[in-house]
Ligand binder design. Structure first.
Ligand SMILES: O=c1ccn([C@@H]2O[C@H](COP(=O)(O)O)[C@@H](O)[C@H]2O)c(=O)[nH]1
Length: 279
């Protein structure tokens, strides 16, 4: 049976739960402020608490793989369990791994995150297109086959990104626009939403880019990096209904109480609803 595409599953989740994505970023400083040790037991407790607090209410949970990988195989085991538990509780899991390599190696990354039989299978994964959009083909194909999604870096939230992403390509478009146009081509004709998303920072102000890719737009940078939900209409213009606003530390710093995490996520969700009533 053909799996339901990620874009359709995400649209449904956004419409029923609201579009907010909360990141699971177990920074050492957060473990400490939660009264936990910077070790695998602390990592596990932190992660389970976030999943317990939020997986039954937010559309998307986004574990940041780096914070798990730093503990080696035992950290990755915590990540595997978190993915399984978050998905079982109804959240879509977006693995923030930002993978990118030559196509043959990309195939191995695709097998890791986008093959239903993998212990790290996720609803979607972040990838970097700066080895050429075509190098992502194994991930795009694997995602389509398994009903998963791929979020491609376009205009990242960090100020350093501009020197690469705003550089001019051979045909005069910015590199970011070139990538966005590739994503639009991948999503052509998909309803209600394509499964190839773009990452566009909420911190950027008016991007001047054409964001009409017919796919989701992940907007990190809300909270600790200074953006707010009120910035979304200016950054995303007519595409704002497809935005998945993402916040990590801005919510996580309200732990370790489950109620504190829920209230913080609820406040961001309310702010998003006020800023983007059509979302
Ligand atoms: O352009 C990007 C792409 C990804 N990120 C990731 O999102 C979170 C942001 O965390 P905050 O605590 O809300 O700042 C983090 O995992 C980044 O790696 C991004 O910030 N910008």
């Amino acid at each position: 049976m053909t799996p339901e595409p990620f874009g359709a599953r995400l649209r449904h989740a956004m419409d029923t739960r609201g579009p907010l994505c909360v990141g699971i970023d177990p920074h050492a400083s957060l473990l400490s402020s939660w009264g936990l040790n910077d070790d695998v037991a602390g990592l596990e407790r932190f992660t389970r608490t976030v999943v317990e607090a939020l997986a039954d209410r937010v559309a998307v949970l986004k574990p940041q793989s780096a914070f798990f990988e730093r503990f080696g195989s035992r950290g990755v085991a915590v990540l595997e369990k978190a993915v399984e538990e978050a998905r079982a509780a109804g959240a879509l899991v977006l693995m923030d791994a930002k993978r990118g390599d030559i196509g043959s190696t990309m195939g191995a990354y695709a097998a890791t995150y986008l093959d239903k039989d993998s212990p790290l299978f996720s609803d979607a994964v972040t990838v970097s297109p700066y080895l050429g959009f075509g190098s992502l083909r194994p991930a795009l194909d694997a995602a389509e086959a398994s009903g998963a999604g791929v979020f491609v870096l376009a205009l990242t939230s960090n100020p350093e990104g501009a020197e690469v992403q705003r550089a001019t390509s051979a045909d005069g478009r910015s590199l970011a626009q070139l990538m966005l146009d590739h994503m639009a081509a991948e999503n052509e004709g998909a309803t209600p939403l394509g499964s190839v998303g773009a990452v566009v920072g909420a911190t950027l102000g008016d991007t001047g880019a054409d964001l009409s890719i017919n796919g989701p737009l992940l907007a990190p940078g809300i909270g600790a990096q200074g953006a707010t939900p009120a910035d979304l209409p200016r950054v995303f213009g007519a595409a704002v209904r497809n935005v998945v606003p993402s916040v990590s530390r801005g919510v996580l710093r309200h732990g370790p109480d489950v109620s504190g995490l829920r209230e913080a996520a609820g406040r961001f969700a309310d702010e998003v609803r006020t800023a983007v009533p059509e979302s």
